[in-house]
Structure formats: structure tokens, C-alpha cells
Write a protein that binds this ligand. Structure first.
Ligand code: PLP
Length: 380
């Protein structure tokens, strides 16, 4: 129950263990087509260019930047946590100039600040932001940010590593141009694959580039020779065959449950966890309404040795919760309720274990109330 990787559904582990076949085998190729369609469903898009990059979320991030950004470009990067900082790094490594729009960690990206930056930089071509900031647990208003970017003729790059499958990600409705995610959070799949999707406007930008994409592996013009399909499908790299079986199964599971049901399940389990945390007398780091249900950031009781609590949870209860990342280290806990791990049993187990460990350390909490408070939410 940390910030990812989340628990992998046993159905996915079974799929992973199936015999490895050739990555140009007709059976594998037809599965690739299904994976693309299932990803279109997950992303809620009809974008043709929707596929899994054969590497983790960071490679999905890099794929978006190296294909859309050219040397000399100006890119507006919104940062409200660790991962916006990585976007800045990507922009710089593309030989472009990042214009930073910064918000306090734990807050959402402020649309007014973005609009001011867009007005002050009419030559900017791209806006990039993180929808679900895993380092803080805040979820920004992607629809509004994309609308603003388009009003100022910018394309958008959006990080949905932690949101996809847990909270709404509506690529076509919101008009997102380039999006990436990860398999190891709310898809509850094995880590190491990054689903991406690009709009027609993004493809046009890539086709009109005046510089070659600096990464051979991530150049979508080449990747499409393999993933694009048709009679000309050719070897680009050896696909991670078994990991793709796993992704296929994860996406089938998501489709069977239905996106809306998956979002509602994440919301319900978050509400139950929240009731328990608050009954203990603890509070959340992010303001109500801006919180990610799949990544709960909790301020621990003053004077508590937070690392000792996590260590005891792991050694005595076999339960992992996450520490704060970057400047949030030593300030918050990050409790994941992602994908397969977002369930009633986990919520109650986590609250019970936390209550017991904190009480044994004489931490200033209301002992013995958390589990009942969570149960009341499920009864409602
Ligand atoms: C918001 C966000 N972006 C990008 C990444 C990088 O993904 P990966 O670790 O799979 O490379 C993560 C990983 O946790 C993330 O949370």
C-alpha cells in the first residue's frame, strides 16, 4: 500500500507466466492490436497513435518530450511536486527552454498562473503538467489546463502515471495532445511498460519537425513501423512479450469492471480510509476536493518516529506504506489504494495495523476508533 508498484492481480501474474512466443508471431501481433484498442478504452480516446512503450513511465515521459519538443522551443512546465521537476529536466535535455509555473507542493496547478505564463510567453509551443502528483497526492484540473493551453496555441503533454484507471482521464473530451502513464499503479500490472497516446495535432507536429528526434529508441516515426500494424510491420526492438501479456490481461480486467466502476471503487475506499484516519485524529496533507483517492498523503502525529512506524508495519504486518518524497520526506506518509489493492480488506487492515503500531508507541491518537469509522462508510 505504498505509492506503487501496487499489488498485481493474480490473473495478471498467470498471464505473465504463459509461454513466450515471437514478437512477430501472428498470434502475438493480433494481441498487440487488442492491446491498442484496450488502451484506447482506458484513455477514452480514438487516437490511432495509442500504444505501450516498452519501458517504464519515465520512458513514456521522455517519448512525449523528445518527439514534441525541438531545440530552441519554449515549453511551459507546471510544477507542484517531484515529477514536474523531471519534466523540466526533459525540456532542457531536448535543447529547449522551460518556463516554470510553480505551485506549493500539495496544491494543485493554478490555472491563473498558467494563463499569466501563456500571456507572457506568446512564443511558447507546449504546456506540460502532471495530472496526479504522486509525491504529494494532489490532482490538478487537467481539462481546464488543456483548454488554456489550446487557447494560446500550445500543445499539451500530460502525465497520468498515477491517475489512469483510478480517476477519470478523458483524453478526447479534454483534448490532451500527448499523454503517458504507467502500468504499476492503478492498472495493477507489473512495472516496466508505459502506455502513451498522441492526438492528430501532435502527430502533425512530429511529422513537421525540422530536427531528427534525438532518441532512436523513442522516435515514434520508427516505433510506428512495429506498432503501426499493416503488412509493413517490421522489427524495431524485441517487445517485452510476457509483460505485454500481463498488460493485455490488466486492461481486460479494467474493461470487465468498467472505468466508471473502477473510479467509484477508488473513491469509496478512499472515503473509508479517510474516515479511519480522521477518527484517529490525524489529517490529510492535501485539501479536500484536490485529493487523489488512490494516493493518500497523511500528516503523521507530532513527535512520532515516522520511519520506525513504517519499519514496524513492514516487519510485523508485512505492510508497506510510502514515505514522503523529496522535500516531503519526514513530513508525510503516502498510503496507496491503487487498482487491485484498492479494496475494503486493505483499508481495514491498514487502519488496524496503523492504530496498533501508533498506540504501542504512545503516539497522540484516538486509539481503537479507526476501523469502526471505516466500516461505517462501507455500511452507508
Ligand atoms: C507522476 C509520475 N510520473 C512519472 C513516474 C515515473 O514512472 P516510472 O517509475 O515507471 O518510470 C512516476 C513514478 O512513480 C510517477 O508517479
Amino acid at each position: 500500500m505504498g505509492p506503487g508498484p501496487s499489488d498485481v492481480n493474480p490473473r495478471i501474474l498467470e498471464a505473465l507466466s504463459r509461454p513466450t512466443i515471437g514478437h512477430l508471431d501472428p498470434v502475438f501481433v493480433s494481441m498487440m492490436e487488442e492491446v491498442k484498442q484496450l488502451l484506447q478504452y482506458a484513455f477514452q480516446t480514438s487516437n490511432e497513435l495509442t500504444l505501450p512503450v516498452s519501458a517504464p513511465g519515465s520512458a513514456g515521459m521522455e517519448t512525449c518530450f523528445v518527439n514534441l519538443v525541438e531545440p530552441g522551443d519554449k515549453v511551459i512546465v507546471c510544477q507542484n511536486g517531484v515529477f514536474g521537476g523531471r519534466m523540466k529536466e526533459n525540456v532542457e535535455r531536448c535543447g529547449a527552454t522551460p518556463i516554470m509555473v510553480e505551485d506549493e507542493w500539495g496544491q494543485v496547478v493554478d490555472p491563473d498562473k498558467l494563463e499569466s505564463a501563456l500571456k507572457a510567453n506568446p512564443d511558447a509551443r507546449t504546456v506540460a503538467f502532471v495530472h496526479a502528483e504522486t509525491s504529494t497526492g494532489a490532482q490538478s484540473d487537467a481539462k481546464t489546463l488543456v483548454e488554456l493551453a489550446h487557447k494560446h496555441d500550445c500543445l499539451t503533454i500530460v502525465d497520468t502515471v498515477t491517475s489512469l484507471g483510478g480517476t477519470p482521464v478523458l483524453v478526447d473530451e479534454w483534448g490532451i495532445d500527448a499523454i503517458y502513464s504507467g502500468t504499476q499503479k492503478c492498472l495493477s500490472c507489473v512495472p516496466g511498460i508505459s502506455p502513451i497516446s498522441f492526438s492528430d495535432a501532435a502527430i502533425e507536429r512530429i511529422k513537421g519537425r525540422s530536427h531528427k528526434v534525438q532518441s532512436w529508441f523513442m522516435d515514434l516515426n520508427l516505433v510506428m513501423g512495429y506498432w503501426g500494424g499493416g503488412a509493413t510491420r517490421a522489427y524495431h526492438h524485441t517487445a517485452p512479450v510476457n509483460a505485454l501479456y500481463a498488460l493485455h490481461e490488466a486492461l481486460v480486467i479494467l474493461q470487465e469492471e468498467g472505468l466508471e466502476n473502477a473510479w467509484a471503487r477508488h473513491e469509496l475506499n478512499h472515503n473509508a480510509l479517510k474516515a479511519g484516519i480522521e477518527a484517529m485524529g490525524l489529517s490529510f496533507f492535501v485539501k479536500e476536493g484536490d485529493r487523489l483517492p488512490q494516493l493518500n498523503t497523511v500528516i503523521f502525529p507530532e513527535g512520532t518516529d515516522e520511519a520506525a512506524v513504517r519499519k514496524t508495519l513492514l516487519s510485523e504486518y508485512n505492510l508497506e506504506i510510502g514515505a514522503g518524497l523529496g522535500p516531503m520526506a519526514g513530513k508525510i506518509w503516502r498510503i496507496g489504494l491503487m487498482g487491485y489493492a484498492s479494496n475494503q480488506k486493505n483499508v481495514q487492515f491498514c487502519l488496524g495495523a496503523l492504530d496498533a503500531v501508533l498506540s504501542s508507541m504512545d503516539a497522540p491518537i484516538n486509539s481503537g476508533k479507526a476501523v469502526a469509522a471505516a466500516q461505517a462508510v462501507y455500511k452507508d
